[in-house]
Design a protein around this ligand. Structure first.
Ligand code: PGA
Length: 241
């Protein structure tokens, strides 16, 4: 793993540079997308670079990590809506080349893996990390060999998210997520973690043992991972290379 530690602002800029490098080498690259608050500054930077003509997504494809089951892309809490609103509507990517695992047949979620494979595989997968070490909706205990699958949301997660909906009954009960193996199949991976709330889990997944109890720890075994951390998220690391 390559670890890059910088200011929060520079983390977004330096991660964006990896997209510039990849897309100038391979304009048809397949990108893996993520939602959450962490990637927003990176997406802002990509929009800026696209408007300035430094980067183009016109021949690129994208596959997102996860989505709630049963939320239409027009629902403002869906991850499709998030991606359109924060990135796709503001760059030159063709909407038909963007994929979020919504509307897929949830009796055969691994078809999403086949779609990714048919597109040539993911060249660069973006990840955030949860404070429990989750990547996508892969919570602690998820098997390493998992492909795209459906997960039942914890009651607690639904209660926390209820504030974004009219009532708890509207909060989805399930989500679909790329599995750990789907993520590990990507040719390269970027993980971004910012803020002091991530400091403990950052130390664990980088310096601790590889264990399904910390899903992101598997990334220690991937040959091309770049981890971008701000100073707060890196605070507990022993080795600040
Ligand atoms: P966050 O979420 O970027 O909002 O912290 C990360 C995650 O849960 O994967």
């Amino acid at each position: 793993m390559k670890i890059i530690i910088d200011t929060t602002e520079n983390v977004a800029k330096r991660a964006a540079q990896l997209y510039v490098d990849l897309l100038s080498r391979n304009p048809q690259a397949v990108l893996g997308g993520a939602t959450g608050s962490t990637p927003i500054p990176l997406y802002k930077e990509l929009v800026k670079l696209n408007k300035e003509g430094v980067i183009s997504f016109k021949d690129a494809k994208s596959f997102n990590l996860d989505e709630y089951v049963g939320l239409e892309g027009t629902h403002d809490q869906s991850y499709r809506y998030f991606m359109n609103d924060n990135l796709f509507n503001h760059i030159d990517i063709k909407m038909e080349n963007t994929h979020v695992p919504s509307g897929i047949d949830i009796s055969e979620p691994e078809k999403y893996d086949s779609e990714i494979e048919a597109a040539g595989g993911i060249d660069m997968q973006l990840l955030g990390i949860g404070v429990d070490g989750h990547i996508g909706f892969n919570e602690p205990g998820t098997p390493w060999d998992s492909l795209t699958h459906v997960v039942e949301l914890e009651q607690n997660t639904r209660e926390v998210n209820a504030r974004f909906f009219n009532s708890i009954d509207e909060v989805p009960t399930h989500a679909v997520t790329m599995g750990i193996k789907t993520v590990m199949n990507a040719r390269s991976i970027i993980l971004i973690a910012t803020g002091s709330s991530k400091a403990e889990i950052v130390k664990k997944f980088i310096e601790g043992p590889v264990t399904t109890e910390v899903p992101a720890s598997i990334l220690q075994l991937h040959p091309f991972v770049t981890v971008f951390l701000d100073h707060e998220a890196a605070a507990l690391l022993e080795k600040k290379a």
